[in-house]
Design a protein around this ligand. Structure first.
Ligand SMILES: *[C@@H]1O[C@H](CO)[C@@H](O)[C@H](O)[C@H]1NC(C)=O
Ligand SMILES: *[C@@H]1O[C@H](CO)[C@@H](O)[C@H](O)[C@H]1NC(C)=O
Ligand SMILES: *[C@@H]1O[C@H](CO)[C@@H](O)[C@H](O)[C@H]1NC(C)=O
Length: 340
């Protein structure tokens, strides 16, 4: 809940042009036992929504994602070494945790996942900092860090797990000092990438003649976007369904907003338009012209499989991103549904 609120706050701040920016350093770690075609352990580090690097148990190396990260690694080799060692520690630790949890829950099956998501945040205006840590077992919330007492809470029973003052001191130092100082260090390298603007491609799609028309914007950056439908110039709230903003593998984002046109005769379609607003670029609007709507039937031939679908399905090419999305799906990561 705490985490959801944090992310929600971040989005709100963005939508209303508040000048302060919240920066975050996050880790997503997945230990998977008994799955043959992916590495047993994958850790991904993110600066806001940028993937900085990835460590997996097959390569046993930290692979960095941007040239500014390579520069950072040259300037601060000890930090990268420290992070790599921590990743190796998590690999061994979470492997043992799965065995322990299997025993505790009296499980016999071989396939299990244990995920850890951790992060710290810094508001560059008022210096406020925050953080979170959560573990998920087989897709269910398992442990949450209480940042007031520096203890873990076992979910859903809400049992406190106090591992002693040394462990509490370690957590407090990590979240309040180490993580924040790393975050600021990475920011000095990644800030210009985080402040770039990438223009979305906007298209209208419809799966079948009775489906809603989907306004799909993809390839935009940053994540904060506003997409809505208008009729005769007036924003529509009814018959509109806002999807979540989702990450693309290349670091950009995509979002879909559906409009249900069941009760609208086709001759009225041209009164509608989809509008996309992104800070730093002029608004993009696209008229609901039946000729512009991409479909699975009609001209492109009936029954052509996957025509529209392939347009909006993110090509998933790298194991790191696959696991990241798995974490999202498992509900360990919660992107708050954007409500305008
Ligand atoms: C991160 O780097 C890996 C290895 O070079 C690459 O395969 C992957 O596409 C990169 N991911 C992102 C999100 O840039
Ligand atoms: C924020 O913290 C830094 C380092 O602790 C300090 O130098 C700076 O003055 C602080 N800024 C504000 C606005 O409090
Ligand atoms: C679209 O609206 C109609 C009429 O209000 C409704 O019957 C139908 O279920 C809606 N379709 C979707 C996909 O929401």
């Amino acid at each position: 809940m705490e985490m959801k609120a944090l992310i929600g706050l971040l989005l709100l701040a963005g939508c209303h042009g508040v000048s302060s920016v919240i920066y975050s350093l996050k880790y997503f770690i997945t230990e998977a036992s008994g799955v043959s075609n992916i590495p047993e352990f994958v850790g991904v580090a993110m600066l806001n929504e940028l993937q900085m690097g990835c460590y997996d148990s097959n390569s046993q190396k930290m692979v960095l994602n941007h040239s500014w990260m390579d520069q950072c690694a040259r300037d601060y080799p000890d930090v990268l070494k420290d992070i790599t060692l921590r990743a190796q520690g998590y690999y061994q630790g979470m492997k043992a945790d799965i065995e322990r949890l299997k025993k505790r829950f009296k499980q016999t099956g071989d396939v299990h996942t244990y995920q850890f998501m951790s992060g710290c945040e810094w508001d560059d205006e008022d210096n406020a900092t925050d953080g979170y840590g959560r573990y998920g077992y087989d897709g269910e919330d398992h442990l949450a860090l209480d940042m007031k007492t520096w203890t873990w809470t076992v979910l859903p029973q809400q049992v406190k797990l106090d591992e002693g003052s040394a462990a509490r001191g370690f957590l407090k130092n990590y979240y309040n000092k180490v993580c924040i100082s790393w975050l600021k260090m990475f920011l000095t390298y990644g800030r210009s990438t985080l402040q770039r603007t990438e223009r979305p491609e906007v298209s209208l799609l419809q799966r079948s003649p009775s489906s809603p028309v989907v306004c799909h914007a993809t390839g935009f950056y940053p994540e904060r976007v506003v997409v809505f439908w208008r009729r005769d110039g007036e924003e529509l709230y009814e018959h509109v369904d806002h999807g979540e903003v989702l990450p693309n593998p290349d670091g950009t984002f995509q979002v879909s907003v559906d409009l249900n046109l069941t009760l609208v005769p086709q001759e009225d379609w041209r009164r509608y338009e989809c509008v996309v607003q992104l800070k730093g670029i002029e608004d993009i609007s696209i008229l609901l012209d039946p000729a512009l709507v991409r479909t699975n039937w009609g001209k492109t031939g009936p029954g052509r499989d996957g025509g529209v679908k392939s347009e909006i399905t993110t090509p998933i090419i790298i194991v790191c991103v696959v696991l990241l999305l798995a974490a999202v799906a498992a509900g360990v990561v919660v992107y708050k549904k954007r409500k305008r």
